[in-house]
Design a protein around this ligand. Sequence first.
Ligand SMILES: Nc1ncnc2c1ncn2[C@@H]1O[C@H](COP(=O)(O)OP(=O)(O)OP(=O)(O)O)[C@@H](O)[C@H]1O
Ligand SMILES: [Mg+2]
Length: 359
Amino acid sequence: MASVEIINLRKSYGNVLALSDIEIEIGTGSFYTLLGPSGCGKTTLLRTIAGFHFQDAGRILVDGVEIQNKPAHKRDVGMVFQDYAVFPHLSVEANVAFGLKQRKVPAAEMSRRVAEALRIVQLDPFAQRMPHELSGGQQQRVGLARAMVINPTVLLMDEPLSNLDAKLRVDLRAELRQIQRDLGMTTVYVTHDQEEALAMSDIVCVMYNGIIQQAASPFDIYRLPTNRFVANFVGGNNFLSATHEGGRALLKSSGSVVADVAGPAGQAIVASVRPEAVRVSPGANIKDHEVSIPVRIAGISFIGREAGVHGVTEAGENLSATVRPSAEILALAKGAEATFGFQRADMLVFEDHDTGRRL
Ligand SMILES: Nc1ncnc2c1ncn2[C@@H]1O[C@H](COP(=O)(O)OP(=O)(O)OP(=O)(O)O)[C@@H](O)[C@H]1O
Ligand SMILES: [Mg+2]
């Protein structure tokens, strides 16, 4: 088991700068997730750690030892790939044995380790099957067993659950996390699914445009996003334009003060509030909350245990609330007047641009 440290890593493909100034520290045995939209550099970073790509600059250390110039097969890193899980022409057992064969592990030890890996991922009854005789989730587990069986010091997984249906994803992510905990494997996991990242990780590292935006515990990423991008990408969020006057942020739509902010007055700022912090009152001009905003209902989305109530402010801004469904809420008609209210403590203020800092 190992700690991983990445220092000032940069990687480009021709003129495309895929990673810049990457600085990461991963504690021994922890589950570290790279989260970000398509094209942000997640796979590039994982493949650079594995040694399938070489960096333009920077260093990668495992347990304090530099590995960035070693070829992939000397790095002692296991990888589960994004685009395919298994070799289709090999049985389950032969798939899992693949890396051990390459490393010329003696036959007796090989079959012992393969059996052990198959037991861990609960595929021992399927050892002789071919991949096409397995379900998607079982195939994903073959990929996992194949990466684990070489006892890597670091396990890298690139969207290993991406091809599965929603229910299986949720089951398998718990299973995967349990296996990782039991074996204490230092793991770098890639996903673009923010819920998966929050549910599984010790640390979530949010990337955008090849740059790390924030690395923190799931709770802190959600509660205290460092910039507007993170606030928007992780969990739903509402953004309302605001103005900065006399050290305070005022909402344009209601004139209410939402927070004290430092920095230069007059700068363009925006305030955020999570949908679950927004209360909905049918009717106009209800002043039950620290901040109350009149809206017209644009639509209701009922998904069972909760309902999304979507409103438009007088200034034409969208504002959504997530509430427990009630007959009164579900009866709100499109175009009806309502008031959305929330507490100031539930609001954050950001510079008003794509990756604007939290103020
Ligand atoms: N072989 C390549 N040649 C040129 N550009 C590449 C190559 N591989 C990736 N890129 C570019 O580098 C950037 C990062 O790609 P990468 O595959 O790391 O993204 P990703 O975060 O894994 O995205 P996804 O969620 O879609 O898998 C993208 O702009 C991509 O187009
Ligand atoms: Mg990718």
